[in-house]
Design a protein around this ligand. Sequence first.
Ligand code: DUC
Ligand code: ZN
Ligand code: ZN
Length: 468
Amino acid sequence: MPTLIKNGTIVTAADTVQADLLIDGEQVALMGRNLPSEGAQVIDAAGKLLLPGGIDVHTHLELPFGGTVSSDDFFTGHRAAAFGATTTHLDFVIQPVGGSLKEGIDEWHAKSTPKAAIDYGFHVAITDLRDDVLTEIPSVIDEGITSLKLFMAYKGLFQIDDTTLFRAMQVAAEHGLLIMVHAENGDVIAELTKQLLDEGKTAPKYHAVAHPAIAEAEATGRAVALAGISGASLYVVHVTCEEAVEQIALGRAKGFPVMGETCTQYLFVFEEDLARPGYEGAKYVCSPPVRQPKDAAVLWKSLAGGDLQAISTDHCPFWYEGGVEGRIAGKELGREAFHQIPNGMPGIEDRMPVMWHAGVGGGHYSANRFVEIASTNPAKIFGLYPRKGTITVGSDADIVIWDADKEHTISAATHHMNTDYNVYEGMRVRGWPEKVLLRGRVIVDGEEWLGAAGEGKFLRRKPFGDVL
Ligand code: DUC
Ligand code: ZN
Ligand code: ZN
C-alpha cells in the first residue's frame, strides 16, 4: 500500500516547501498540495519538517583497532544511526596486511550483510600499495566503490609515504576515483610520542601534544599540493583546526578539486576535555585530536560558508570501561600510556540532532544548509545523488519526520550506541526525529524500533561528483 505523508514542510538543500508526499514502494512517487489519500496509509506530519535521511560518510563499525575492536557492529551501529535520523552511511574497508583490496571488501561484506538495518556503502583504505594492488585499484569500481582512503599518519600501521599517495592519486585521477586522506604528519607524531613517553608524560592530555595542529595542517597542505599536481579530486576527512582549513581554502582558491569535512566532536569537545580528572580524558581521545574553541569557531564558519562541504562523525566507539561484563576491551587499554588508548568516539546517533540544535538553532546556518552538509553534499560527493540526499520524485523515500520543537537530553542512559558514555552527555537539544523511514518503511517511530537486521542494502556507488 502506498504511504501518504500529509501536511508536512519539505526541507531540501534548495527549498522549503509545504507539500504532501506520496511514497509508492521504496521511492517518492509524487509531491504536491492536497494529494488524495484513498488507498494509502496516511501519516499526518502537520507542524513537522520532512528532511532527507542523514548520510554519514565516515564511520568505523566493528573495526579491529588499537588492540581491540570498535564496539558497534553493523546492527547496533545502524539501529543507533536510525534513531538519530541517519539512514545511510559509508564505512571504511581496511586492506588486510599483505592482502588484496578484494579480500578487505569481502571481509566487510561478510560483517555487514546479515546485520545491516540501514543502507550503506564502502570506501577502501589502502594500507599497502604494492604493484599488484596499484593494478587492482580500478577494479573497486566494479565492486560499487568509488573512493579510496589513505592514511598519512599511524606510522607502522596504516601510514603510507608520499610516493604511495601520489601514485594512488594518479591512478584515481585516471579512473575517476575520489581520494580521501587522514592528514596528519605521522613521522612527527611518532617522534613526539616517543619523546613525551620518555619524559614520563603518559596521561590522555598528552595525546593532543603529540598531535599538533600544525602537523595536521602540514599534511593537509601536502595532500592538497599532490592533488593539484596529479589532478586527483581530494576529500580531506576530519578537518579539526584553523590551519588545516586554511590549506583547503588555499587549494580551492587555486582551482584544485579539493573538498573537506569536519566531524561533530570537533565543534563541541576540546583539548581541556582531554585533561579531565583521573582517566576521564581517555573518552575524548581520537585522531586528529580535539582542539581549541577558536578552531571550532572557524569550523562553524567553514561549514556555513563553503570551505568545508560535509559533516560526518568518524564514529569509532569504544567502551570506557571495557573488558568487563562481556564487553570487549576499550579505553582502559591506555591507562599506562596515552598512545595505547584506542582512538575514537561514538557519535553516529548524535550528529543530526546536535548539528541541527547548535547549527540551525544557534544561528550558524539555515535549515537548508544543514540538509546540504548532512545529507545532500555527502550524496553528491560520494556518488549517491539523487537516489539519496534529497527529497524528489524518484529518490529513495528515506524521510525523517522532524519535530523542530521537541526537546531531548542526550545521555548514554538512553542512547542506542553500544558504549557506556556519550560525548554530549547532558546536552539538551531542540529538534528531534519523530519518525524515520528507510525506503518508504518506518524503521523508527518515537522510541520504538521497527527496523530489522538484513534490511539494509549495500549501495553500489557511481563515480563521485565534486562539490566546489
Ligand atoms: N581516528 C580515530 O580517532 N579513530 C579511527 C581512525 C581515525 O583515524
Ligand atoms: Zn582518520
Ligand atoms: Zn576515521
